[in-house]
Design a protein around this ligand. Structure first.
Ligand SMILES: Nc1ncnc2c1ncn2[C@@H]1O[C@H](COP(=O)(O)OP(=O)(O)OP(=O)(O)O)[C@@H](O)[C@H]1O
Length: 394
């Protein structure tokens, strides 16, 4: 890399206080850095900024846990931050509410500059606007389930009766009705996590932040909790930021996924973009074992319909997965499925189209068209995700 490129990539945006944001963004993050170590604030923009982690540590004694990261979390999406251990996920998400103080860059929530907030505004941000659900549930051991959930409401000035009524509603919402009077020690790990979730929901935050909340749970319970998050998201459309190092969890939950490596975002895109169009060899290797047919949709696999093909075959929606279309074609015995968008025929998926996806011989993964990467689309580049329901309509 030339010196000019180094500087260009590393130069932090000046923090002017006025933060330019997309109006659909809950969080807007631009050129964010978090450097740990001596004289950390000298690293962004310096000649050391683009050094690989080991060399940076050697030269300066510093670790760039978050490295020039830019993105928006859009209203109503589940924004997953994924990466291996040490890639910077927790640091990045803690920077969003300044539980960790960023070294440089800009950061806004609903257009308000987070870096300019004073202590009381920050407290308000963490309590009401961006509630965090942790891996270690942080429940109060001597309080009942109901009181743990009501706890977040105490500071809101509601009467005791109002708090208990609202808490009971939330306990039921996360599937714990009947367990209101238990103490945390009398609950399983999954149940405790549900209490943590209900408590975070109690303050009706504009965004829920999850820090690897399910990694301590056994696989079955973990799956159940993921379903719970999907259900809550579908019912409430609440914005969520979700940290995980588990790719299958990221693919199940994410509207979009930011894949981190060494503090930077190597790709930001929908699950389909990440799996179908990996931005580089690192991402390709990361998603190598993902069953493509479970992630790619028929919209990317279809071809134009030929004469006569509009009459026969099961109908599938453009956002049905290839795997759902395979099942529909296989059940019907027809040679192809019709891809119908609101009653209109938009294409056809035949055996060859479907097998090509499974084999990885066509579709976006086979074409050399990298999806949006952090440098080009951190903020706005990736197209909107499908609507998420992915149902086969016939
Ligand atoms: N307080 C700290 N002081 C120095 N270095 C730190 C500190 N906190 C984190 N780091 C370093 O920053 C990098 C990113 O750490 P971070 O915890 O954000 O990663 P992560 O992706 O969340 O990892 P994990 O999945 O293991 O929790 C790591 O190299 C870590 O050692």
């Amino acid at each position: 890399m030339t010196g000019t490129e180094t500087l260009k990539a590393a130069e932090p945006a000046p923090n002017t206080g006025a933060v330019a944001t997309d109006e659909n963004a809950v969080f807007s993050v631009r050129n964010l850095w978090k450097v740990f170590g001596p004289k950390a604030d000298r690293i962004p923009g310096s000649e050391h900024a683009s050094l690989p982690p080991a060399e940076l540590r050697e030269a300066t004694g510093c670790t760039a846990a978050v490295r020039d990261v830019s993105f928006d979390v859009r209203k109503g999406e589940v924004f997953v931050v994924m990466g291996l251990s040490g890639s910077g996920k927790s640091t990045l998400v803690r920077c969003l509410t300044r539980l960790i103080e960023p070294t440089s860059g800009t950061l806004a929530i609903d257009g308000e500059d987070v870096l300019a907030m004073d202590r009381s505004r920050l407290r308000e941000l963490r309590r009401h606007r961006a509630a965090m659900v942790f891996q270690h549930f942080g429940l109060l051991p001597h309080r009942t389930v109901l009181d743990n959930v009501a706890y977040g409401l105490e500071i809101q000035g509601l009467s005791k009766a109002e708090r208990r009524a609202k808490a009971a509603e939330l306990v039921a919402k996360v599937g714990l009705a009947g367990l209101e009077d238990r103490r945390p020690s009398q609950l399983s790990g999954g149940q405790q996590q549900r209490v943590g979730l209900a408590r975070a929901l109690a303050v009706d935050p504009s965004v829920l932040l999850f820090d690897e909340p399910f990694s301590a749970l056994d696989p079955l319970i973990r799956r159940e909790m993921q379903d719970e998050v999907v259900r809550l998201h579908r019912e409430e459309g609440r914005t969520m930021v979700f940290i995980t190092h588990d790719l299958s969890e990221a693919l199940r939950l994410g509207t979009r996924i930011a894949l981190m490596r060494d503090g930077g975002i190597v790709q930001l895109g929908t699950p389909e973009e990440i799996v179908g169009s990996p931005a580089d060899d690192y991402v390709r290797e990361f998603v190598r074992d993902v069953p493509r047919e479970q992630v790619l949709t028929v919209a990317t696999a279809m071809r134009p319909a030929l004469a006569g093909e509009s009459e026969r075959g099961p109908a599938v929606r453009p956002d049905a997965t290839v795997s759902e279309a395979i099942e529909a074609v296989s059940r019907s015995g027809d040679p192809a499925a019709r891809v119908m968008d609101g009653g209109r025929l938009v294409g056809v998926v035949d055996h060859a189209c479907l097998l090509d996806v499974v084999a990885g011989t066509s579709g976006p993964g086979a074409a050399a068209t990298p999806a949006s990467t952090a440098s080009t689309s951190g903020a706005t580049g990736a197209p909107d995700a499908p609507d998420g329901s992915r149902e086969v309509t016939a």
